[in-house]
Write a protein of this length. Structure first.
Length: 446
C-alpha cells in the first residue's frame, strides 16, 4: 500500500507565502536585547559575540546526520528544520543551527540549502543568495591575501618564495570550471611573475573553515596568521603572518564572525552561519552559532555534511573535540528512495516498489548507525517520507533498525511541517530522557 499523494506547492511559493515575524520579536523571545542584535532589514539579524559573554550553556546538543548521499535525496536540512518545529510544537525551547548555502550548488544541480516543503528557514531567497554578506567577506579576505602575496612577488620577493610552490589559491562562490586552473601574471613588467594559479569555491576556502572554528576575533586573527601560503626554495613555510596580512583580513571578517538569526516557517528561531563543505573541511556550521544556541535554548539541533562516515565523524572529532561539546543524541536521516539506489536501483526506477532492493541498500544504513554509536551517542533513524514508499519497504527499514537497536520513525516534515515531525521529536525526547542531563552521556570522540 502506498501513501496518498498530496499536492505541495514549490518551495519558493511556500516561502513567499509565509507571514514572517519581525526578527526583533524572534530575538526578544530568546532573551536578546536590542544591543545584542544588528538588524539586516525586518527579517534577518546578526547577533553580537558579546551576547555569549554573559550566558552559560544550558542546552542539549543533537546532531542530524544521514546515510551516504545519493541523487535521490535524503533531506537532512529539511529534517533538521522540521523536527525543530515539532519540538517547539511540543512546548520545548528548541533552536536549530545550520550552515549557509553556497551559490555554486544553488545554481548547480543541488539547489538551495534552506530546507524544503513546509520545513524551511526563511527568508529563503535571501539565505540562498547573498544573505548578510558573510561569503563575500570571506572571499574578500581570502583574495586580499592572494593579492598581497602577488604584490610581494612583484616587489622583489624578499621572503624568497618559490613561485612554483605557491599553494594559496584564489576563491569565488561559483562552480566555474574554467577557473580551476589558470595562468596569472601575463601583464608584462607591471603584471608580476607569470605562474600557475587555481580557484576554489568559497566553502572550500581555508578561511571558511577557520571562521567556522574561531571562538572570537582574537582567535580568528591568530588562526589566520598561521595560514601557509607558499614554500621557499628550501621548502620552509611562508605564512600569512610573514606578509603581515592577518590584521587586515580579520578586519574584513569582523561582521562575518557574528552568527545570523532568521526563523523557520513556523516562526521559531534559527541560526544560519558559515558553510564549509564536508568533503573539504569539517562540514559544520560555526562554533560560535552552536555555542550561542546552547546558551539560548534547551535543545539545539545542528547538521553535519554528507553521511555519518564523513560529516558526523568530523563533527565529533574536530568541532566537538576542539570546543568541548558533548552531543547527547543523533538523528540519522534516510529515505526509502536512497536506500533503493544503494541497493542497485536506477534513479528512473525508484518509484517502483522493491523491498529486496531496500534490504540490500540498508547495509549502508546499518554502517552509519554503527558509525554514530561507536562515539557513544544514542541514535534514531528519521525515515524521510516520499509518497511512493510502500509499507513493505518501510518495514524492511524498520527491521534493520530493530536489529541495530534503534527506532526507525516515519518523518513527514516536508509535507506537514512541524506536525509531520512530532513522532521523531517524541522519539528524540525519549533518547534525551534516558541520557545524562547536560552531560552528553558516554560521548567519546575517537
Amino acid at each position: 500500500m502506498t501513501a496518498t499523494a498530496t499536492k505541495v506547492p514549490p518551495d519558493i511559493a511556500i516561502a513567499q507565502a509565509a507571514k514572517l515575524r519581525p526578527i526583533r520579536d524572534v530575538a526578544a523571545e530568546l532573551g536578546l536585547s536590542d544591543d545584542d542584535v544588528e538588524l539586516y532589514g525586518r527579517h534577518k539579524a546578526k547577533i553580537a559575540l558579546r551576547a555569549l559573554e554573559s550566558r552559560a550553556a544550558k542546552g542539549r546538543l543533537v546532531l542530524v546526520t544521514g546515510i551516504n548521499p545519493t541523487p535521490a535525496g535524503e533531506g537532512k536540512s529539511t529534517v533538521t528544520v522540521g523536527v525543530t518545529q515539532a519540538l517547539r510544537r511540543l512546548g520545548k525551547n528548541a533552536i536549530l543551527a545550520m550552515r549557509e548555502p553556497s551559490l555554486g550548488p544553488v545554481f548547480g544541480v543541488k539547489g538551495g540549502a534552506a530546507g524544503g516543503g513546509y520545513s524551511q528557514v526563511v527568508p529563503m531567497e535571501d539565505i540562498n543568495l547573498h544573505f548578510t554578506g558573510d561569503f563575500h567577506a570571506i572571499a574578500t579576505a581570502h583574495n586580499l591575501l592572494s593579492a598581497m602575496l602577488d604584490a610581494h612577488l612583484h616587489h622583489g620577493n624578499a621572503l624568497g618564495i618559490d613561485v612554483r610552490r605557491v599553494i594559496w589559491p584564489r576563491t569565488i562562490d561559483m562552480n566555474d570550471r574554467a577557473l580551476r586552473n589558470v595562468i596569472v601574471g601575463l601583464g608584462g613588467v607591471s603584471g608580476g611573475p607569470a605562474r600557475e594559479e587555481r580557484y576554489v569555491i568559497i566553502p572550500g576556502s581555508e578561511i571558511m573553515a577557520i571562521l567556522a572554528l574561531a571562538t572570537g576575533l582574537q582567535d580568528l586573527e591568530t588562526r589566520l596568521a598561521r595560514i601557509i601560503v607558499a614554500l621557499r626554495g628550501d621548502k620552509s613555510a611562508v605564512r600569512a603572518s610573514d606578509l603581515k596580512a592577518q590584521g587586515a583580513m580579520t578586519l574584513l571578517l569582523k561582521d562575518a564572525i557574528n552568527p545570523n538569526l532568521v526563523q523557520t516557517l513556523e516562526g521559531g528561531p534559527a541560526l544560519v552561519h558559515c558553510g564549509p563543505f564536508g568533503n573539504i573541511a569539517h562540514g559544520c556550521n560555526s562554533l560560535v552559532a552552536t555555542k550561542l544556541g546552547l546558551a539560548l535554548a534547551d535543545i539545539v539541533l545542528t547538521e553535519g555534511g554528507f553521511g555519518a562516515d564523513l560529516g558526523a565523524e568530523k563533527f565529533f572529532d574536530i568541532k566537538c573535540r576542539f570546543a568541548g561539546l558533548k552531543p547527547e543524541a543523533a538523528i540519522i536521516v534516510a529515505t526509502v528512495r536512497a536506500l533503493k539506489m544503494h541497493g542497485g536501483v536506477k534513479k528512473d526506477q525508484l518509484g517502483v516498489a522493491s523491498p529486496a532492493a531496500v534490504q540490500r541498500g540498508c547495509e549502508n544504513l546499518r554502517r552509519h548507525i554503527r558509525n554514530v554509536k561507536k562515539f557513544g551517542v544514542p541514535a534514531l533513524v528519521a525515515l524521510n517520507r516520499f509518497i511512493t514508499d510502500s509499507d513493505d519497504e518501510v518495514e524492511a527499514v524498520r527491521a534493520v533498525g530493530t536489529a541495530e537497536g534503534v527506532d526507525v520513525v516515519r518523518c513527514d516534515v516536508w509535507e506537514k511541517g512541524g506536525e509531520g515531525g512530532v513522532a521523531v521529536a517524541e522519539a528524540l525526547l525519549g533518547l534525551l530522557k534516558t541520557g545524562t542531563s547536560g552531560g552528553g552521556g558516554a560521548f567519546n570522540p575517537l
